[in-house]
Design a binder for this molecule. Sequence first.
Ligand code: ADP
Ligand code: MG
Length: 696
Amino acid sequence: MSKNVADFFACDVFNDEVMKARLPKAVYKALTKTRKLGVPLDPTYADVVANALKDWAIEHGATHYTHWFQPMTGSTAEKHDSFITPTDNGMVIMNFSGKELVKGEPDASSFPSGGLRATSSARGYTAWDPTSFCFVKEGSLYIPTAFVSYTGETLDKKTPLLRSMDVLSQQAIRVLRLFGNTTATKVTSTVGPEQEYFLIDKDMYDKREDLIMTGRTLFGAMPPKGQELDDQYFANLKPRIRDYMADLDERLWKLGVFATTKHNEVAPAQHEMAPVFSTTNISTDQNELAMEVMKKLAVKHGLVCLLHEKPFEGVNGSGKHNNWSIATNDGQNLLNPGSTPMENLQFLTFLCAVIKGVDEYADLLRISAASAANDHRLGANEAPPAIISIFMGEELQGVLDALVSGGTYVSESKTFKIGVDALPDFPKDSTDRNRTSPFAFTGNRFEFRMVGSSENIACPNHMLNTIVASELCDIADQMERVPAEQFREELKKLLADIVTEHKRVIFNGDGYSDAWVEEAAKRGLPNYKTTADCVPHYADEKNVKLFEKFGIFTKAEIEARVEILLECYAKTINIESLTMIDMAKKKYIPACLSYSKELADAIAVKKSIDVCACVETEMVKKITDLTKQAYDATAKLEEVTAVAAAKTCMKEMANAYRDTVLPLMEELRNAVDALEVLLPSTIWPVPAYSEMIFNV
Ligand code: ADP
Ligand code: MG
C-alpha cells in the first residue's frame, strides 16, 4: 500500500491552505499579515475568521472549541465550550463569534501565578495567538492562546516567548542593516527539539506506585544488565515499538507536526522522536502536542510513555536537545557560516553575540533547564554537567583565534583572512561533534542539550532569544555610530574584544570529566548543581535589568516565576518522599517481615529435627538488619519531610527539601534496593527493573 504523507498531512489543521480556500481574499490577506508580521487583525475580520473556523471544525468532527494555553506549571491547559446556542423553538444552532475566538476568560484562579493575581486581584484571560495554527482533536477545535492577567502580567510560558521573538527580530534587523541588508523585514528564531522518551509495558507500570505518582522509579536495584553493551542505540525496532512509532507518526502528521526522525536511544526501553525544525513558537506548540499524543497513544498499544528526565537510576535519562538558530525572512540562516566575505563577518557577529550572551547569562540558561527531575540527570553520566559552556569545534575555534590574533586562519588546504575571504565550509557531520557539551555549535545552529525531556521548550528559547537580542542591541548601538568606511575594521576589533573577554565560556574538551568541573571553577563559571541553587538567581539585578529593558518581564513577574519554580521543586520532592514512605510501609517492609518469618519458621523446624539452618539464619540476620535500616530511614524521612513542608519561606522550603529530604530518600532507597537482591522475586511486591526495561 502506498502512503503519500502529503495526501493527509495536516488534515486536522486549519492551516494556510485551508485559510486561503475558505476565507474571503481581503480577510485572508489581513490574517496573513497578522500571522507573518504581527499586525493586529481588524476586529470585523475576526467574526469572518471565526465563522469559517467553526464550519471547518464541525466538518472535522468538532462540537466544542477550547482556548489551549501553557500555564506556568504542568503541561497544556484546556477548557471546552460547545458551539451550541439555544434557539426559540427549543433547538440549537452552532455559533462561534470573533470575540470568542480572540479572547477567552477561563476561571483560572487555580493556576499558579506566584502571587501575581493576589496583588493585582485581576482575573486571567486567554488571547488567540494567530501565529500558530488551530487544529481539531478529539471532537474539539484547539485554539493556541497566550494567558495573561487583565493588568497585563504574563501567567504562561508562551507570552514571554512571543515577546522575545519580537525583540530578537528588531535587534537582529538593526545588525543586518549595518551589513547593507535591505530585504529582510523579520528575523525569527528556529528550533528543532529532539524528544527522548521511554516505553514500558502498561501492566508493569500499573504495579509501580512510584511511576504512577511521580513518573519515575523511586526504588529499584540494578539488573544484571544495563546499557553497557550499547546494544539499544539505533538498534532494530522491535515489532511493538515499530507499530507504536508508525502510529505516532501518522497521528502527528495529521496534526501537522513535522515528525521525521525516530530511533532507539542508549538506555534499554529508551527512544527518540525528532521533528523538522520550525519557528520557536510553532515548534513549542508542536512539541507540547507531540508529548500529549505520545502518552495517549502508548496506552492504546498497552504501553506507557515515560517523559520523566530520570525514570530509572543507573541508565541514561531523557533530554530534549534544543537545536536553535536564527533565520531571516529573506532566506538566510544567520548561524550558517556563509559563502562570501561579508557573510563571513556577519556570521561572526551573530556568533559573538551568542558567545557573549551565553557567558553573561549562563545562569539564565541553567535556570531554563531547572527542575527537580532534571537535577537527577545533569551532571550524571550521560548528561551535560550543570555548568554552561560552549563547544565550538576545531575549525571555528581556529577562526575565533585568528580573529583575536589579527586576521588569518589556516585550515588544512587554505589560508583565510577574516572578514576578507569567505569562511570554509565547516563539517556538519555528527561524528565530529562533541556530545558532552551542554551548548554545542553543530554547523549551522546551536544544540542546547541541558533541556529536560518533559520540559516545555518555551522557557529555554525565550531565554536564548532575549539574551542574544540584548547582545545584538549592544553591538548595533556601538556600530551604528561608526562611519561606513571604518565599519569592517571597527567591527573586527569589537568582535575580537568580545572573544577575548568571553572565551572562558568556550570549552572543546570532555564536559563529563572531573577535570572540567575543576577547570570551570577556576574560570569562574557558575556550577549550580540543583534547582534550589540556581532559581533564586533569576531575580539577580542584571537579569531583572535585561528582561525589563526588552519588555519581557517586570521584576514582579520574575519574582513570581522564582516562587513558582521553587514551589514546584519542593512539591515534587514532597510527593516523591510521601510515595516512598507509603511504599516502604505498605509494600517493602511487610514483604521483608513476612519473608523473615518464613525463614524463622524454617529455622525452627530444622532445629526441632536437629538439622543445620545456617543459610536461613544468615539470611534472616541480613534481611532483619536491612529491614531495620529501611524502617528507621522511613521514620526519619517522615520527620524531615514534615519539617520541610511546614516552612513558610519558599527559598527555605526548597533548601530544606534539597538538604534534608533528598539525602534521606537516598538512604531509604539504598536499604530497600539492597533488600530487593536478597528476596525471591516471587515475594518482591513490585516489578523489578529487568522486568520493566527489557520486556517490551
Ligand atoms: P542529531 O541527533 O544528530 O543532533 P537529529 O537529526 O536527531 O540530529 O536532530 C537535529 C534537529 O535539529 C532536527 O530537529 C532538525 O530539524 C534541527 N535543525 C536543523 N537545522 C536547524 C536550524 N537551522 N534551526 C533549528 N533547528 C534545526
Ligand atoms: Mg542531537
